[in-house]
Design a protein around this ligand. Structure first.
Ligand code: SF4
Ligand code: SF4
Length: 114
């Protein structure tokens, strides 16, 4: 929902930004052209993807293990895929246009059975 705009007399002098906001409040995942798909079967839990993700979009479970991707915020930069050390890689980028309407299970099967 759109935020209510301030009246002129409610704006701080010098346009000071009181609340800088946070990307967590915005679904930046809608910017994505490609998405990473994770293969838990080959993942060695090194957490390089978590360290390098610039958007904190690698999900971690209560045991500190990689648990998937936060697609609401992942911008699809592909850095996690570049950093993943397994051979074959445990993360693969796929086009959003190809992911449309498919379940994660179907995407994993497509991405990692080639
Ligand atoms: S594609 Fe980029 S933003 Fe998305 S999870 Fe990987 S490193 Fe993070
Ligand atoms: S970088 Fe690759 S192997 Fe390491 S935790 Fe992430 S997906 Fe798993």
């Amino acid at each position: 929902m759109a935020e209510k705009l301030l009246n002129w007399d409610e704006v701080l002098i010098g346009a000071t930004i009181k609340d800088p906001g946070n990307s967590k409040s915005y679904e930046t995942g809608s910017w994505r052209v490609e998405r990473p798909v994770w293969n838990p079967d080959t993942c060695i839990q090194c957490m390089f993807c978590w360290v390098y993700c610039p958007d904190s979009s690698i999900l971690v479970d209560e045991n500190g293990k990689m648990a998937g991707i936060d697609y609401d915020h992942c911008k699809g930069c592909g850095i996690c895929v570049e950093q993943c050390p397994t051979k074959p890689k445990s993360l693969k980028m796929i086009l959003e246009s190809e992911a449309k309407g498919k379940t994660l299970k179907e995407l994993r099967k497509e991405a990692f059975s080639k």
